[in-house]
Design a protein around this ligand. Structure first.
Ligand SMILES: *Cc1c(COP(=O)(O)O)cnc(C)c1O
Length: 421
């Protein structure tokens, strides 16, 4: 298996530019990162960004807050920024007690500028686009990638094009893409079809692709993992045992694993201290769970997918070859949850004051299920990632929440309605 946690730091190839290069994760073939545009290796294999120098925790001290605090782990010192990162690591004591674990934190990525973690990837990805001198950016999206790309493209003064599955994107996300002035193309197909098309456009040189297939996106998203380690250690005095996260294209799973691998390679982190990466998918879109349960080396694409957690309504997670080793090498697992379990978890989070969109709640739903099954131990310190903000999907929030009660325009009538104390 490629991408070993304990692999030695790679030798610097001739293609490196400023100590950065791209490598094919299967063949090890290396490429210059900023000369020509390249998303995959020769056989369509995934690429990853590699560095001559790997970071230690000391490198981050005194470097400000947010994604660019971690520039020692990134290809540039700064980027097209709004700024992003530095998200809350909430306590959730009622859910912790109910689930029965030692500690639970919720890393709320919905608190990024456009309301999802995609911003962390875009601040780096759009910076790289500038370096490459491209003028038109594009992505396929279940919604949040398009919102983030539209905002960061606007910030960078670049044209953006987003391909969305018609009728399957929450309205808040389309509203963002529209107002930030992206051209929105609604495809009569699902997300995976949109990604096929935008990859074709990118191969033809028409657009610069900023889906998580673009390895630079994942560099920005690595900072979720580093931020969790730093904060959890500062506040709880240990590293978390496990990180539970929703899985769509498996970009975050890959990015967190890469962050931990690089810290292990630099000697900053002991392999035994790496949190168990635990992925959660909706039962109607669970090819990663299927692959983990069967011990497969790769996923089998699901042609038909359905879930109310539209952000993870994905049947062909393109980053699976990076994410599956991450789950296995860290001793993690993957689990699927029903839409009703997702809504229950969304309600539980809301009762702690944490407002998330459905896909985000999958992490809590998955943790609950794995604790019930005894896979997660009562002594564990766990971080659940919540990936997007409640206001992204107000339709689902209305359905999951209580109904407004009509009352007369009169204080006595209102008192009578609420039942005076
Ligand atoms: C993009 C997204 C996901 C899926 O993340 P991957 O990195 O593709 O696995 C999950 N939740 C939300 C809210 C998202 O926007």
């Amino acid at each position: 298996m490629s991408l070993k946690l304990s692999a030695a730091a790679p030798a610097v190839p001739a293609e490196a530019q400023n100590g950065v290069w791209l490598a094919d994760i299967e063949t090890g073939e290396t490429y210059a990162p900023f000369d020509e545009i390249r998303y995959t290796g020769e056989d369509g294999n995934l690429l990853e960004v590699r560095y001559a120098e790997l970071p230690t925790f000391a490198d981050f001290k005194g470097q400000g807050r947010g994604v660019w605090r971690y520039h020692a782990a990134l290809p540039f010192r700064t980027g097209v920024t709004l700024p992003e990162g530095d998200t809350p690591l909430h306590k959730a004591p009622r859910i912790r007690d109910e689930i029965g674990i030692n500690s639970l934190r919720v890393k709320h990525e919905g608190m990024n500028p456009t309301g999802s973690f995609k911003d962390r990837g875009m601040t780096v990805g759009v910076r790289v686009a500038k370096e490459l001198g491209v003028d038109r950016l594009a992505c396929a999206s279940t919604g949040n990638t398009s919102a983030a790309l539209a905002a960061y493209g606007a910030r960078g003064g670049m044209e953006t094009l987003v391909l969305l599955p018609a009728g399957k994107v929450a309205s808040g996300k389309i509203a963002q893409a529209a107002l930030h002035d992206a051209r929105i193309l609604e495809v009569d197909g699902n997300f995976d079809n949109c990604l096929d098309i935008v990859q074709d456009l990118a191969q033809k040189g028409e657009v610069y692709l900023l889906n998580s297939l673009n390895p630079f996106r994942l560099e920005g998203q690595k900072t979720i993992g580093i931020e969790i380690l730093e904060r959890f250690m500062a506040e709880e005095g240990v590293f978390p045992d496990r990180i539970v996260l929703p899985v769509g294209n498996a970009g975050n799973t890959s990015a967190l694993y890469k962050a931990f691998r690089e810290l292990v390679q630099s000697g900053a982190l002991d392999p035994t201290e790496v949190p168990r990466l635990t992925g959660v998918q909706a039962a109607g879109a669970a090819p990663m769970v299927e692959a983990v349960e069967h011990g497969w080396d790769g996923i089998q694409r699901w042609e038909s997918v359905e879930t109310r957690a539209t952000a993870i309504r994905i049947g062909n997670p393109v980053n699976a070859p990076k994410a599956l080793p991450g789950i296995r090498e860290t001793g993690g697992t993957a689990v699927d949850v029903s839409d009703d379990e997702i809504t229950d978890a969304q309600q539980s989070l809301a009762k702690e004051g944490i407002g998330v969109e459905p896909a985000s709640a999958a992490s809590i739903a998955g943790l609950r299920k794995l604790r019930d099954r005894g896979v997660v131990d009562s002594t564990e310190n766990v971080v659940c990632l919540t990936t997007g903000h409640l206001l992204k999907d107000t339709d689902e929030a209305f359905k999951a929440g209580g109904d407004p009660e009509p009352v007369a325009n009169d204080t006595d009538a209102v008192l009578q309605h609420i039942g005076a104390k």
